[in-house]
Each structure stands twice: as C-alpha cells, then as structure tokens.
Design a protein around this ligand. Structure first.
Ligand code: GLU
Ligand code: ZN
Length: 505
C-alpha cells in the first residue's frame, strides 16, 4: 500500500483558531494512526493578508498542542531567525516559493487547450456581472476570451493588457466526490464557471495551487472543513485535466457556536493562543477538539493522545456540525487538572503564580526556594479539586501564601458583622493560642470543644473563624486551612479582623 500522506494547509492570515486547530488535529491523528506522513504547508498566496507572525503563531499553536509535522517549515529557532526554510523531500512548503511550479502547469494547460488567457478588465467583468444579474442569470464569466484567435490575442498583448488564466470548465456533465465523511456528493458542471487559476500578477489562486501542491507532495488524503466542499469539484476537474490521480477527500463538518451559527468571536475566544493564556492544558484541548466532529461508538469522553491516535478513524466522523461548548471544555480541563500530580500542577501554574507575585520574583520554578515550593504545593493541594484552569490557581491560594490579606466586603457583611462575633473571635483566639496540637484533628477537637463549652452552634464559630483568617467565605476545609496557616498567622489574622470590626486587640 502507498504511504498515507496528509497535510494541514493553513493560510497565514491570522492566528490558529479553533476550527483550524481541529482540522490540523484530525489530519495529524489520521497520519499518526496510519503511520503515515504529516505535512504542514503554508498557503501564503494571498499577498496582502499573509504575514510571517501569523506563520509563527500557527507553528507555535501546533507545537503547543503537540502536533508535530514531518515535512514543512523548519522548526527550531523560529523566533530568532525564521527565514521560511523548509524540511522534507517535496518542498518548498511555502506556496510563495512555488510560483514557478504553478506557472509551468498553467502553461501546460494552455497548450493542451484546457485553459486560456483572459484579458477582460475587472471593470468589464463587473459590468458583465451586473448585466447578467439584471437578466436573472447566474453571474458566470461569459467565456468571451475562450476562443480568441492568435491575432486577437496579439492585439490585446500589444495594448499592454495583463491576462489572467482561466480553466476551461466542461459544458455539461457532473463531477462526483466520494467523500470519506459526506459520502457521495454530485455537482453539475454547468453551474461552475471558467474560474481563474492564475492571477494577472502571475500568482496562482487557491484552487489551482492546492491541486498542484497536493499532487506534487503526493498527498493521499485531504482532510479539511466542509466549507471547502464547494471548491472540490473544481479541484477534481483540475486533477483530471492534468492527468493526475485523485486523492481521497474527507470534509469534516464546521464547528458552530451554541446558537448554531458558525463559530466566531461572538462565541468567546476563537484563537487557540487565548486558551493557552487562560490556562487550558494542551492535552485537554486536544481531547476536546478531537470530539468536535468525531466520536467512538461507546461515546468515550476522556482520551490520552496515544489513545486518540489508536482509535481515530474517519468512520467516526459525523456528518452534522459540531457545537463548541465552552463549559464542556472547561469541565474537561478540570478533569485533567484533577488527574495531575501536585508537583506537575504547581510547576505548570508557575507563570500565573509569578504574575500574581506569589513566588518572590523568581524567574522560573527552579529558582523558587525549596521551602517556598513546599508551601505553594501544599496550598495548591488544598484546593486541587476545585481548579479548572491554571490561571485560577493564584486566586485560590494567594491568601494562604501572602502575609497580608484583604477582607472580602461581602464576607465581612454576612459573617463578621453579626451580633457577638467580636466576643466569639476574642475567646476562640485565646483558646487557639492555648491549643497545643495545631494539626487538623487537634484543631477540630479544640474548636468543637470550644463550641460545646460556650454552648454555641458550630456555624456560629466556624464561619467567622474562616472569614477572620482567610478574608473570604470559600476555601478548603476549615481545619486544614488553619493547620496550613499555623498558630501565629491564625492568631494574628483573628486580631486583625477584630480591629477591622472596631474591636480592640
Ligand atoms: N488554505 C486553505 C485554508 O486555510 C486550505 C484549504 C485546504 O485544506 O484545501 O482554508
Ligand atoms: Zn476575458
């Protein structure tokens, strides 16, 4: 069997977005599942909108997800001196470095009378479109230049007109796609027009460049979003005109927002990088993206990368659109975080801990003192179950790690500004000062005894104690929290809260 060769072919006009990342992932999974080759090709023929930063952003996004490519732009010191070099036997992998190849095949088609030069000016074409629409006809090019005599062509050339090259669309017949996801899809050729394959600037259009490249790069399977389905008959006709073997096509359904419209900014973050910034884990992201249009028969939800590679198949890709569900993604990220060991979780949260000023200004995790590391890990451990995003870590633990805390005004209102609270805090403080065993169990015993002796309901003591020592109403178990803070800090914070309430030390 021939080697499976799959490509991801983004246009570098912006960041890698959710839809692009999903297409890249499906192509990568398919290649890896079949032990094939995964190619990254940069479709930068849109001279105005393509940028190098976008190329880098795409490569970084893919690298973050772990989608490595066997052929394509060279990876390595991209940021230092990224010159658009490629690696692989079928390069270059930047379309702007392949313009001569497209020109060669365009000429070939002209010689075979399967394409022709069109000298019509944009204004003339616009005029024709208007007239056609007045008559209620589809705005198809009228093929005026298809049969120019060589003398007529000479004349146009002398007038200095720069032609585009158009493909000769067959007059009738149908073009059939046997799509691996959509099944059989049939297009009437008569509805397609003599589309441009080479612009007057000499640059190939998408439909032409993609065919030449996929054929030259020996791509066996084209996996992409079904927004390209309508381009496929044009591409198939080009393969046939050039006498090339067809690849297999697999068009995966678009990703929609919860309101069933195409996923866009309105639905929240669409750039992959924003998810990274928010503290999503790449392994959770991959898992979630894989389920956008693919599933197993038993509807398994959590997959490691290895498992995805083993289980992925185009048969598992559905025909209906996938809905992007932020809540499910967040849930999944939480699942991955829960499974993660504290060492790893803390280290991965370093960037956010640092931004929140919780690591004494250390530049990386290794520079944090062993003692501090232990403190941070213990604090993170107390809240592990609750964490859904790495970026949430600081706000869940900062009051445990900082010297000074801020009192949440709602917590103060609801819990501290109540009858007798100052007295209760005064006496529990004294009692805790005397407590010898400041462990979780020792604390629990001590505080419960205190409630019994004072004939107070536990809530009357537990809640104020929590707010007094943490400034907030939520947190880990009260006794675990008190143990973590230690006697000195607990006493100090209770005193502070009493002052805050207008009492005295
Ligand atoms: N450059 C095209 C895009 O980003 C690629 C489409 C394809 O995969 O053929 O939409
Ligand atoms: Zn023309």
């Amino acid at each position: 069997m021939n080697t499976i060769r799959v490509r991801f072919a983004p246009s570098p006009t912006g960041f890698l977005h959710i839809g692009g990342a999903r297409t890249a992932l499906f192509s990568w999974l398919f290649a890896r599942h079949h032990k094939g080759v995964f190619v990254l090709r940069i479709e930068d023929t849109d001279e105005k909108r393509s940028t190098l930063p976008a190329v880098k952003a795409i490569m970084e996004g893919m690298s973050w997800l772990g989608l490595d490519w066997d052929e394509g732009p060279k990876i390595g010191e991209q940021d230092l001196e990224f010159k658009g070099e490629s690696q692989g036997d079928y390069g270059p992998y930047f379309q702007t470095q392949r313009l001569d190849i497209y020109r060669k095949y365009a000429e070939q088609l002209i010689n075979q009378k399967k394409a022709y030069r069109c000298y019509c000016l944009p204004e003339e074409l616009e005029q024709k479109r208007k007239e056609a629409s007045k008559k209620g006809l589809p705005p198809k090019y009228d093929r005026q230049c298809r049969h120019l005599t060589s003398r007529e062509e000479e004349k146009k050339k002398e007038e200095g007109k720069k032609p585009v090259i158009r493909f000769c669309m067959p007059d009738g017949g149908k073009t059939e796609i046997n799509d691996l996801v959509k099944g059989k899809v049939v297009f009437e050729n008569s509805l397609l027009d003599d589309f441009v394959i080479l612009k007057s600037s000499g640059v190939a259009t998408y439909n032409f460049a993609v065919v030449v490249d996929d054929a030259m790069m020996k791509i066996s399977h084209i996996i992409r979003g079904d927004d390209h389905l309508s381009n496929t008959p044009r591409q198939i006709l080009l393969y046939q005109a050039l006498g090339w073997e067809l690849p297999q096509f697999a068009h995966v359904p678009m990703i929609l927002g919860a309101d069933k419209t195409r996923l866009s900014k309105r639905h929240g973050a669409t750039a992959l990088g924003e998810y990274k910034e928010k503290g999503f884990l790449p392994e959770a992201m991959i898992n979630y993206l894989a389920l956008l249009g693919w599933s197993t028969e038993d509807s398994q939800q959590i997959f490691s990368s290895e498992e995805l590679i083993n289980k992925f198949s185009l048969d598992g890709c559905g025909r209906s659109s996938a809905i992007f569900d932020q809540d499910k993604l967040l849930w999944m990220n939480g699942e991955y975080i829960r499974e993660m060991g504290i060492d790893e979780l803390t280290e991965k949260s370093f960037k956010w801990l640092r931004e929140a000023g919780l690591v004494n200004g250390a530049l990386n995790w290794d520079k944090v003192s062993a003692e501090k590391k232990e403190k941070i890990k213990k604090a993170v451990g107390l809240e592990h179950e609750k964490i859904k995003l790495l970026s949430e870590v600081p706000s869940l633990v900062d009051y445990m790690l900082k010297e000074e805390i801020e009192y949440d005004s709602r917590a103060v209102e609801k819990t501290l500004k109540k009858e007798n609270v100052i007295e209760i805090l005064e006496s529990i403080k004294d009692s805790l000062k005397e407590l010898e065993d400041f462990s979780i169990s020792g604390l629990e015993e001590g505080v419960r005894d205190f409630c019994l002796k004072k004939e107070l309901k536990t809530g009357k003591v537990f809640h104020p104690l929590r707010v007094a020592t943490s400034g907030r109403m939520q947190g880990p178990g009260l006794f675990a929290l008190l143990e973590f803070l230690g006697k000195e800090k607990v006493v100090k914070r209770i005193e502070e809260s009493i002052l805050l309430l207008g009492g005295s030390k």
